[in-house]
Every structure is written in structure tokens, then in C-alpha cells.
Write a protein that binds this ligand. Structure first.
Ligand code: ITT
Length: 199
């Protein structure tokens, strides 16, 4: 099995990525196992930020790396918070303050105008200098609810009502979220592309 660093400092993402990658014949290792701190993410797109994280971890661990950059786009907010989703409520933001701010910004917005989607860019680099990274992107459609529901997932999941039904991502069993989510779809596609490239 080939070792690959998972370049995230977000424990919710890490848990999902390890579960999704199980059975793909790789040996995923969290960047924290190498003492790697997250880099500054100053890219202007999900792919750019994912590449910054993957190259940073690959350079420090001396191993190939996979990174995820993701976020929530809300139609009524013209696509915000987007690439700024992790720090939406400010530099000290956490899941609770981000969700509070989202509910406050959408106060008075009716259900029909609360459309949103998660986006994920997943990248693989063989090393920090890899000039032909493998990239996969996916989206997961939904809408923003009026109150938090469910204790599963992380981040905005208690407010993200999945399209086609009335349950939030926080109410979904983890295995189901991983099968249908932006991250699940992007990582499955990345793994397919990696396999085709001999990984
Ligand atoms: P790393 O950069 O270390 O991977 P991060 O949390 O800073 O961790 P991002 O910069 O990609 O990661 O920010 C993504 C944010 O988008 C994340 O912190 C959540 O607020 C939100 N997000 C992304 N995917 C999500 C999901 O599946 N469920 C809930 N919130 C999600």
C-alpha cells in the first residue's frame, strides 16, 4: 500500500476522507502525524487553495498528498461565503458562530430563495513540484434551513437541507453523506483518475 498524506487540519473532513478512501488500496496518513500545520490559503478558487494545501503537505512529509478545499455557496448571498466558508464569522470563527451568522444574514429570506450548494475541489500531487496534479470537482445541491437539525457531519451540515427531501446533512448517516456529498463525489472521482494514472 502506498502512503499518501491527507492534507487537512479539519477533523470532520479528515474523518470523511479516511472513510471514503477505505478500500482504494492507499495508506492515508493525516498531516498531523507529521506535525504539519495548515498553510495560509490565499488562492482565489477552491482548486487553487487545494493545491496550496497539497503541495505544502507533500513538501513537508516528502510523500504524495491529497487535499480538499470546499465551501458553501448561498444564492441569496451571491455565492458567499464560498472560499471563505471556514472563516465566514471572522478570524476566530467556529462552526457555531458561522451558523449563527448564516441564519442572521438570511433572516426574512423565504424558503424559495434559500438555495445553496456545497462545492469541493479535491487534488492529488505526487510531490510538491508535481506539474500535472490530478483534480476533481463536485457540488451538492440543497437549501439553508431556518434552524439547526442533526448532530452528524460538521460545519454547516445542521443548516444544509439536502435537495429532494427535508433532512439536513447533519441528520444523514455518515455513510450516506459520504456517498452523495460534494466531498464523496469529488474524492471518488479523484480515486478513479488516480487509478487510471497507475495509483
Ligand atoms: P483545511 O483547509 O485544513 O482542510 P478548513 O476547514 O479550513 O480545513 P476549507 O478552507 O476548505 O477547510 O473550508 C471549508 C469550510 O467549508 C469548512 O470549514 C466548513 O465550514 C465548510 N464545509 C465544507 N465542506 C463541508 C461539509 O461537508 N459539511 C459542512 N461544512 C462544510
Amino acid at each position: 500500500m502506498r502512503r499518501v498524506v491527507i492534507a487537512t487540519g479539519n477533523p470532520g473532513k479528515l474523518r470523511e476522507m479516511l472513510a471514503i478512501l477505505g478500500g482504494h488500496g492507499l495508506e492515508p496518513v493525516a498531516q498531523s502525524a507529521f506535525g504539519i500545520e495548515p498553510p495560509v490559503e490565499d488562492g482565489d478558487s477552491f482548486v487553487a487553495n487545494a493545491l496550496i494545501k497539497a503541495r505544502h503537505a507533500a513538501a513537508r512529509a516528502g510523500l504524495p498528498a491529497i487535499a480538499d478545499d470546499s465551501g458553501l455557496e448561498v444564492d441569496a448571498l451571491d455565492g458567499r461565503p464560498g472560499v471563505y466558508s471556514a472563516r465566514y464569522a471572522g478570524p476566530e470563527a467556529d462552526n457555531e458562530s458561522n451558523n449563527d451568522k448564516l441564519l442572521a444574514e438570511l433572516a426574512g429570506v423565504p424558503a424559495a430563495r434559500r438555495g445553496a450548494r456545497y462545492r469541493c475541489a479535491m487534488v492529488f500531487v505526487q510531490g510538491a513540484g508535481d506539474e500535472a496534479p490530478i483534480v476533481a470537482e463536485a457540488a451538492w445541491e440543497g437549501r439553508i434551513g431556518f434552524e439547526r437539525r442533526g448532530a452528524g457531519g460538521f460545519g454547516y451540515d445542521p443548516l444544509f437541507v439536502v435537495a429532494g427531501g427535508d433532512i439536513t446533512a447533519g441528520e444523514m448517516p455518515e455513510a450516506e453523506k459520504n456517498r452523495v456529498s460534494h466531498r464523496g463525489q469529488a474524492l471518488a472521482e479523484l480515486a478513479e483518475k488516480m487509478k487510471a494514472a497507475g495509483w
